[in-house]
Design a protein around this ligand. Structure first.
Ligand SMILES: [Fe+2]
Ligand SMILES: [Fe+2]
Length: 268
């Protein structure tokens, strides 16, 4: 691991992998090869690692194998396609204990904390927020409080599947695209306290960079599902790609890496 103060982290998301879904897997192979060349300190996957259906054991086996191709340290948090969704309008139903157990069986843990360079990076299971597994959610908030208290003034970066908000951490918009209002209020407090400097997420399949209440909110695009040349602007840039962070002191540099940056000319 790089022990200098500058740390490089690659943020990948929404790989939606399945043995039956070739486009995503082809681009994943390009990401694996890029990681071999670039040697980042850490790769973070912010969920929707499996193609679509949370109870598909075959896709789980495949996606877990694909993650083990990475040759640098990596961590992952679950997405709604991995363990079930949250309200409103949960796609494939709400999170269940069984689905959470399946994710933990394949990937070990759905939350984690790492000290890396000058930063504390913390992965959270955003599908627990304002959802039906209240005990699991309470345990995660307690766990987060402990991790925050151990950060000793280091800047903290949080990583989760659903974005904390669409535009601003203090908005009261309640939509399936972002976390619920109670969880957002708690994340807002953490940003306003000055402790949390970065929140990285996925789920929207769009690259977004916003500054809100002192925290940089970064959405990673999906890896792979779009046909070549089909990038377009929605809330952010809908494209295939990954995000690179260079962390030094309390500064963050953010760079979007698309197909050409990853060494591929087209995705079919
Ligand atoms: Fe997704
Ligand atoms: Fe998602």
């Amino acid at each position: 691991m790089n022990l200098s103060n500058q740390t490089t982290v690659l943020h990948v998301s929404d790989t939606h992998m399945s043995p039956d879904f070739r486009a995503g897997t082809d681009m994943w192979t390009a990401v694996v090869r890029y990681v071999e060349r670039a040697r980042p300190d850490l790769v973070i996957h912010t969920g929707d690692v499996i193609h679509d259906e949370p109870d598909n054991e075959r896709d789980y086996e495949f996606a877990a194998f694909q993650m083990r191709r990475l040759t640098t340290p990596w961590r992952i948090v679950p997405g709604n396609h991995d363990i079930g969704d949250s309200d409103p309008d949960p796609y494939h139903g709400l999170i269940t204990d069984e689905r959470l157990a399946r994710f933990r069986h394949h990937f070990g843990t759905d939350r984690w904390s790492l000290t890396i360079g000058d930063w504390q990076l913390i992965g959270l299971n955003s599908l627990l927020f304002d959802n039906r597994l209240a005990t699991e959610e309470a345990e995660q908030w307690d766990w987060l409080e402990e991790r925050m208290s151990e950060s000793n003034g280091r800047p903290v970066g949080l990583f989760m599947h659903k974005p904390p908000s669409i535009n601003s951490l203090d908005e009261d918009l309640y939509v399936n695209k972002a976390v619920g209002l109670k969880a957002r209020a708690r994340l807002l407090k953490l940003a306003e306290s000055g402790a949390v400097k970065l929140i990285g997420s996925g789920h929207l399949h769009e690259h977004v960079v916003l500054l809100s209440k002192g925290a940089l909110l970064v959405g990673a695009p999906a890896v792979g599902p779009l046909p070549a040349g089909k990038a377009s602007l929605h809330l952010g840039l809908r494209c295939n790609g990954i995000v690179e962070y260079r962390l030094s002191g309390d500064a963050v540099r953010v760079r979007l890496l698309q197909e050409a940056d990853l060494g591929i000319r087209s995705v079919t």
